[in-house]
Write a protein that binds this ligand. Structure first.
Ligand code: NAD
Length: 330
C-alpha cells in the first residue's frame, strides 16, 4: 500500500513472531473469562480463539480487538486451526454440558468425541505445545486429551483442583480474618464430589491448624471446619444456581496456570496430572496433586505426607476415576 510505504522506512527483517502465544478453544463463558484474564493480566500478548460457533467466535474476537489500545495484544480467530499455529499453550474449554438425566459416563463419551475434533488439530499446528484442559469432567478429559495428543504426560495438564484450592483458601481466610494468600492448604484428588481436603498439613501464617486443633476437618471437630470442604464441593452448584454458570474464578485459575508455565516459574499448583505411582495411587489416572509448573509443563509432583483418612479418600477417588475411564471408547 502506497501510504504505508510512504509512512515507514524499513530498517531490516521482520521481528520473529511472539513466543508467548496462547490458544483458547471454546469461546463460551469459561473460554472468554480465560482469554480475558490472560490478556488483562498481560500473561500473553498473542491470543488465538477457536470455536465451532463461527459467529460467536468472530464477535468475541472483534470485541477484544476493539480494546487493543488498552491491551497491547494481538487477538486472532478463524475457522481453521492454522490460526493456532506455534502456540506455547492451548487451553481447552470447549465442551458439552450434561443433559437432564444424562449419566456422567455418557457425558464423558460425548466430550471425548468433541476432543477428538480438537486435540489432533492443536498438536498438528503446535507440536511443542502444553495443553491445559478445563472442560468437565476435567480429570477424565485430561487423560483423554493425553491419549489423543501423543504428547508427553508432563505436557498435558488439567486445571483440576487449582480452583477448588483457591475456594478453600478463601473460605479458611474468611473465617480467620486473613488474606487467602496467607493460607497454605490444598484440595487434591478429583475436581468434584470426591475431592480431598488436606487438613493434616494446612497452615496459616506458619502455624499448622492441626497443632492447635487436633480434630480440625474431622467429624469430631466441634468447630465444624469440615463444613468448609463441603462449601468448596458445593461452590460451583451454588454459583450455577445463582447465575447459570461459573466463569470468572475458573478463568483466573486457568490463566494462573498458563502464567506459571510461560514464566517458567516452578510455582506449585494443585493441578490434574498423571499420578500413577505417587501417593500410593496404582491406577493410570490424572488427579490433582501439588505440582511444579514450568515451560515444559509439570516437572515435579509433591510427595504429600497424607493422614490415613486422606490417603484412603484419595485412593477411592482414583478408583472411581479408573472405573469411568475403563468405559471410554476412542
Ligand atoms: P459454554 O457452553 O458457554 O461454551 C462451550 C463452547 O464450546 C461453546 O462456545 C461451543 O460452541 C464450543 N464448542 C463445542 N464443541 C466444540 C468443538 N468441537 N470445537 C470447538 N468449540 C466447541 O460452556 P462454558 O460454561 O464455557 O463451559 C465450558 C466447559 O468448562 C464445560 O465443560 C464446563 O463444565 C467446564 N468448566 C470447568 C470448570 C473447572 O473447574 N474445570 C469450571 C467451570 C466450567
Amino acid at each position: 500500500m502506497a501510504t504505508k510505504q510512504m509512512l515507514f522506512s524499513s530498517i531490516g527483517d521482520q521481528l520473529p513472531s511472539n513466543t508467548d502465544k496462547i490458544t483458547v478453544v471454546g469461546v463460551g463463558d469459561v473460554g472468554m473469562a480465560t482469554a480475558f484474564s490472560v490478556l488483562a493480566q498481560g500473561i500473553s500478548s498473542d491470543v488465538a480463539l477457536i470455536d465451532v460457533n463461527q459467529q460467536k467466535m468472530e464477535g468475541e474476537m472483534k470485541d477484544l480487538q476493539h480494546g487493543c489500545m488498552f491491551l497491547n495484544a494481538k487477538i486472532s480467530a478463524g475457522p481453521d486451526y492454522s490460526v493456532t499455529a506455534n502456540s506455547k499453550i492451548c487451553i481447552i474449554t470447549a465442551g458439552l454440558r450434561q443433559r437432564e438425566g444424562e449419566s456422567r459416563l455418557n457425558l464423558v463419551q460425548r466430550n471425548t468425541e468433541v476432543l477428538k475434533t480438537i486435540v489432533p488439530n492443536l498438536v498438528k499446528y503446535s507440536p511443542e505445545t502444553v495443553l491445559i484442559v478445563v472442560s468437565n469432567p476435567v480429570d477424565i478429559l485430561t487423560w483423554v486429551a493425553w491419549k489423543l495428543s501423543g504428547l508427553p504426560k508432563s505436557k498435558v495438564i488439567g486445571s483440576g483442583c487449582n480452583l477448588d484450592t483457591s475456594r478453600f483458601r478463601y473460605f479458611i481466610g474468611e473465617r480467620l480474618g486473613v488474606s487467602p494468600e496467607s493460607v497454605d492448604a490444598y484440595i487434591i484428588g478429583e475436581h468434584g464430589d470426591s475431592s480431598v481436603a488436606v487438613w493434616s498439613s494446612a497452615t496459616v501464617g506458619g502455624v499448622r491448624l492441626r497443632d492447635i486443633n487436633p480434630t480440625v476437618g474431622t467429624d469430631s471437630d466441634c468447630e465444624n471446619w469440615k463444613e468448609l470442604h463441603k462449601m468448596v464441593v458445593d461452590a460451583a452448584y451454588d454459583v450455577i444456581k445463582l447465575k447459570g454458570f461459573t466463569n470468572w474464578a475458573i478463568g483466573l485459575s486457568a490463566a494462573s496456570i498458563a502464567r506459571s508455565i510461560l514464566r517458567n516459574s516452578d510455582k506449585i499448583h494443585p493441578i490434574s496430572t498423571y499420578v500413577k505411582g505417587i501417593c500410593g495411587i496404582d491406577h493410570e489416572v490424572f488427579l490433582s496433586l501439588p505440582a511444579t509448573l514450568g515451560r515444559d509443563g509439570v516437572s515435579q509432583v509433591t510427595n504429600l505426607a497424607l493422614s490415613d483418612d486422606e490417603q484412603c479418600r484419595l485412593k477411592i477417588s482414583a478408583a472411581n476415576m479408573a472405573e469411568i475411564m475403563a468405559g471410554v471408547e476412542f
